[in-house]
Write a protein that binds this ligand. Structure first.
Ligand SMILES: Nc1ncnc2c1ncn2[C@@H]1O[C@H](COP(=O)(O)OP(=O)(O)OP(=O)(O)O)[C@@H](O)[C@H]1O
Ligand SMILES: [Mg+2]
Length: 286
C-alpha cells in the first residue's frame, strides 16, 4: 500500500533531514519507487543528496504549488541514487507566505503533488519538513497524513515534541487524518539521559510508536550498540559528500535500523515485539 510521510519536529538539528534522506534511500533499496520532497527553505536535504545546484533553479516547487497553469511536478523532479527528489529553493520564504495567505494554500501540496503521484508514479513519498511550526510544516502533515518524529535524548527535544502534539498534530487531527507513525530517538551516545527518556517514552501514550530498535531491551543486549539511531560521524560525512549513508558506508551498523524504519513505513505501524521476534527467526532460519 502506498504511503506518504512527513519527518518533522519543531526543533532544530534533531535529525529530520538525516532521517528523511536515509528513509527515502532505504525504502528505495527495498524495491519501492520513492520521492523525497525537501520543503525546508534551508535546503539541507537538497544539499545532502547532491542537488544544491537546484536551490537557485529558475523553476521550482513554489511555481508548481502556487501557479494555476504552472509547471508540472515532473518539471521539478530530479533523480539521485535510487530515488527521486523535489529540491528546495531559496525562495521558499515567499512560498511560505503564499501558503499562509491563500485560503486553500494549506492543501496545495496535497492536491498538486501527493494526490496525483502517490500510488501512481510513487509507492512512497517522504517529506523533509522545516524546523518551525509554520504553514509549510502544517501543509506537509496534511498532505502526507503520517508523521515520523526524530528526537534527541534531551529535555528540549522531548518538550518540543509535546508542544508539537498539542499545538499542531491534535488540531490537524481534528480536521483530517494524521498518524504519528514512529518516534525515532536519534544521535544517542550512551549518556544517562537516554536511559531515562527511553523509559519515559515506553511508559507514555506513545510507547506503541517506539520502534523495537529504540527500546530499553537494547541496553541489556551485549551485541547491541544500544537503542535508537546512534551517534555516528558517518551521517554527517555522508551528508557532506551529498550521498545517503548506504552509499557512504555500506557496512554501517545503523543501516539495519533505518531499514526497520522503512519497514514501519511500509507496514504503516511499528511491529510489536512478538512480530519482530518472529521476523528475526525467519531471518535466522532463512
Ligand atoms: N545519528 C547521528 N549521528 C551523528 N550525527 C548526526 C546524526 N543525526 C544527525 N546528525 C548530524 O546532526 C546535524 C543535524 O542533523 P539534521 O540536519 O538531520 O537535523 P534537522 O532536524 O534536519 O535540522 P534542521 O532543524 O536544521 O532542519 C547534521 O550535521 C547531521 O549530519
Ligand atoms: Mg533539516
Amino acid at each position: 500500500m502506498a504511503r506518504a510521510v512527513t519527518v518533522s519536529l519543531q526543533k532544530g538539528g534533531v535529525g529530520k533531514t538525516t532521517i528523511a534522506i536515509n528513509l527515502a534511500e532505504r525504502l528505495a533499496a527495498r524495491g519501492n519507487e520513492v520521492l523525497l520532497v525537501d520543503l525546508d527553505q534551508q535546503g539541507n536535504a537538497t544539499e545532502g543528496v547532491g542537488l544544491e545546484e537546484f536551490y537557485k533553479a529558475d523553476t521550482h516547487l513554489g511555481h508548481v504549488l502556487t501557479e494555476d497553469d504552472g509547471p508540472d511536478p515532473a518539471d521539478v523532479i530530479q533523480q539521485v541514487q535510487n530515488f527521486d527528489v523535489i529540491p528546495a529553493h531559496e525562495d521558499f520564504d515567499d512560498l511560505e507566505d503564499k501558503v499562509r495567505n491563500s485560503t486553500f494554500g494549506m492543501l496545495w501540496l496535497r492536491r498538486k503533488v501527493v494526490e496525483p503521484l502517490l500510488g501512481e508514479k510513487y509507492d512512497y513519498i517522504v517529506v523533509d519538513a522545516p524546523p518551525n511550526l509554520g504553514p509549510l510544516s502544517d501543509a506537509a502533515m496534511i498532505a502526507t497524513g503520517n508523521v515520523i518524529v526524530p528526537l534527541l535524548m534531551s529535555e528540549p527535544s522531548v518538550s518540543g515534541f509535546e508542544r508539537m502534539v498539542d499545538q499542531q498534530i491534535k488540531p490537524i487531527q481534528n480536521e483530517v487524518e494524521l498518524e504519528i507513525l514512529a518516534i525515532v530517538p536519534n544521535s544517542l551516545s550512551g549518556n544517562n539521559e537516554e536511559k531515562r527518556i527511553i523509559s519515559d517514552l515506553e511508559d507514555s501514550p506513545f510507547s506503541k510508536q517506539l520502534p523495537q530498535f529504540a527500546r530499553s531491551t537494547h541496553f541489556e543486549q551485549s551485541d547491541s550498540p544500544g537503542p535508537g539511531i546512534r551517534d555516528r560521524i558517518a551521517f554527517s560525512r555522508a551528508w557532506r559528500e551529498g550521498v545517503p549513508l548506504a552509499e557512504y558506508d555500506p557496512e554501517s551498523d545503523m543501516l539495519p535500523r533505518l531499514d526497520e524504519l522503512a519497514a514501519i513505513v511500509e507496514r504503516g505501524e511499528v511491529a510489536s515485539e512478538s512480530e519482530e521476534a518472529q521476523r528475526e527467526e525467519v531471518r535466522l532460519d532463512g
